[in-house]
Design a protein around this ligand. Sequence first.
Ligand code: DHB
Ligand code: FE
Length: 279
Amino acid sequence: MAELIGGIGTSHVPAVGAAIDNGRQAEPYWAPYFEKIQPARQWIADQKPDVCIVVFNDHASAFSLDLIPTFALGVASSFPPADEGYGPRQVPTALGHPELAWHLAESLILDEFDMTIVNQMPIDHGCTVPLSVAFDQPEAWPCRIIPLCVNVIQYPAPTGRRCYQLGRAIRRAIDSWTGDERVVIFGTGGMSHQLQGERAGLVNLEFDQAFIDRLINDPAGQAEVPHVEYLREAGSEGIELVMWLIMRGALDEAVRVVHRMHHVPTSNTSNGLLVLENG
Ligand code: DHB
Ligand code: FE
């Protein structure tokens, strides 16, 4: 049986990717952030997962407004970095795990989650930045990647409850896979941020800390929080946080906090990172 070892929640700030790509991790602006994420990098290096399921949102890179899947599961054998307007990031192409991904698709769809199956998908900063946060700058990503893309860009996004339930279903799928892969699941995006309009630059530390506390200790309760509260308290892009509920739903009810950090500033976003271990 495959084993879900743990989960990582992390923001996916593009400027963090640029700082890594341009060798700026030691600069005064960036050094405190990269110091704070080091324990997470150490944890995943020690754990050596075979597969990472990365729950993220595409930012109109792979999908335009022509086609807006609510939940899209990547079953391809590879996923190249997307060109977001400045050329693709110089990061490795992510190698998929088609066998496990198709098992996830089958299990989830028969479990009544109507996933969109994606055979071709460039991955934007929503996915590549969390990989860089976790793995820095390797020649090749050290494990297989299964991208799971969630629409949080175009209203209506799925509810927190639906996301949490999807996480539970992902866990059932992992537990019924006969391979012996060690799996880590990422929930990405957030924390509080708003990129445009009058409230651009909004950071709500109190909301972010309360979200993490409740995600750890009362995830079913957090899953009931409506979208409007994320929008009001955490800004228009704060809604990305519902993807952390998918990660949390896949884990055991009781989890161990391996690492938790928060840092401002990194661009416009309140930048959080959480590493949870099962059991
Ligand atoms: C920023 C954060 C995001 O989540 C994103 O998708 C784009 C930009 C930012 O903080 O700059
Ligand atoms: Fe984003």
